[in-house]
Design a protein around this ligand. Structure first.
Ligand SMILES: Cc1ncc(COP(=O)(O)O)c(C=O)c1O
Length: 399
């Protein structure tokens, strides 16, 4: 059967996420994976989830197992709004929140509502690869703005706008970015907000890592410095509780939420109601705060361990970022080393990473790669970085 003829044009153009393919290869072999973007299994509060689930089933079992409203469980929306106001000085209420099946669905819905074929969208270079997958599916015309040590190159963005760039939407992961670990400075956030107002475009702020800060002072979300309400804020419990529960949210002006919930209705009717009730119980008191402290201590040690290992085992010609939070470190190899070509050799050495090229909308920097420090234990971090260092050194010696 020629199945191609049955597929929609959209389906014919779909491509698998490279990270998902890499994960499959790794799972089949005995390899230290610094590739994935997964939390540490020891960060999951299994006992707490077990107790909360038991309470929930006893007290509100029928409600938690029933369909829910598309915008989300009212009490959860209210507690999310309260936390955003308390933690980030936002001024939102439950009506400004749409609960989603993870941040990923939030991004997809934003794409569906705002991006039409050939619409101009600006992203960082590099950026979150799964957002690129969404924009590719929707046929957006994606331009990218280089990332500097203190965030995206706002002056280049300004020039691009002055030279006729006319985006409808811009997308940023401004805090402990996936993949680079870079945090955009407050000054640049403020400039971005001014540019958005002057040139009439929207800002999508994807912020899954904000509360995972291991050092340095906090920087407010773009949403909090945007008095014009042009920012659509995306949050998630994936890194603060567990990704398997699939609870995320959008905070935005109410008219956007109304439209986004219309886009969600045919997708899944509602987010997993049981997970939403659990999330509410997790967020309403201080359980979440105590858990965040635990996760931060766990990941701070892992980050420090990886930074020390990079210092010890990588050749001098390699540069890397020193993130103050999040889950990733970004490596820049000498210009002539292609991390994609090196990937197979790395697997043969028993270590995996994500080649940086997949994180670029245009003109990939092939000598870059992403390392994750949260999933593996400290022994594996040392051994994985050692193997990587040995391989890079061999390649430099050969050339
Ligand atoms: C920047 C970014 N956005 C969105 C997501 C998706 O998160 P969720 O598990 O909430 O769908 C991730 C997950 O790694 C991410 O790094």
């Amino acid at each position: 059967m020629n199945s191609d003829r049955y597929y929609s044009t959209k389906a014919q153009k779909m491509e698998s996420s490279k990270i998902r393919e890499i994960s499959k290869i790794i799972a089949e072999r005995d390899i230290i994976s610094l590739a994935g973007g997964m939390p540490s299994p020891s960060s999951f509060p299994i006992e707490i989830v077990s107790e909360l689930s038991e309470q929930l089933l006893k007290e509100k079992g029928a409600e938690a197992l029933q369909y829910g409203t598309t915008t989300g469980y009212r009490k959860l929306k209210e507690v999310i709004a309260r936390r955003l106001n308390e933690n980030f000085d936002m001024s939102v209420n439950g009506e400004n929140i749409l609960v989603t099946s993870g941040a990923q669905q939030a991004l997809y819905l934003v794409g569906k509502v705002f991006v039409e074929r050939d619409d101009e969208v600006v992203v960082e270079a590099p950026t979150y690869a799964s957002m690129l997958q969404i924009l590719q599916e929707l046929g957006g015309d994606v331009s990218d703005i280089e990332l500097e040590k203190d965030g995206f190159a706002v002056d280049k963005f300004k020039k691009y706008l002055e030279n006729g760039g006319n985006p409808k939407l811009s997308y940023f992961v401004p805090t402990f970015q996936n993949p680079s670990g870079i945090t955009t400075s407050l000054r640049k956030r403020q400039k971005l907000v001014d540019l958005a107002e002057a040139h009439d475009f929207l800002i999508v702020e994807d912020d899954p890592y904000h509360q995972l800060r291991y050092s340095g002072g906090s920087v407010p979300p773009i949403y909090s410095v945007d008095d014009n309400n042009r920012t659509i804020y995306v949050g998630t419990l994936s890194k603060l509780l567990a990704p398997g529960l699939r609870v995320g949210w959008i905070a935005a002006r109410q008219e956007f939420i109304d439209k986004l919930q219309l886009a969600k209705q045919p997708v899944d009717l509602c987010t997993n109601v049981f997970s939403q009730h659990l999330a509410y119980r997790y967020l309403k008191g201080d359980i979440v705060d105590r858990q965040i402290e635990k996760i931060k201590n766990l990941y701070r040690a892992k980050r420090d361990h990886m930074l020390d290992a990079l210092q010890e085992f990588l050749p001098e010609k390699v540069d890397w970022t020193s993130p103050k939070g999040g889950m990733f470190i970004w490596l820049t190899l000498p210009e002539d080393i292609d991390a994609e070509e090196m990937f197979q050799d790395a697997l043969d050495e028993g270590v995996a990473y994500v080649p940086g090229s997949i994180f670029y909308a245009n003109s990939p920097k092939k000598n870059t790669l992403r390392l994750n420090f949260t999933f593996v234990d400290e022994k594996e971090i040392t051994e994985g970085v050692k193997r990587l260092g040995r391989l890079i050194e061999e390649i430099i010696d050969r050339s």
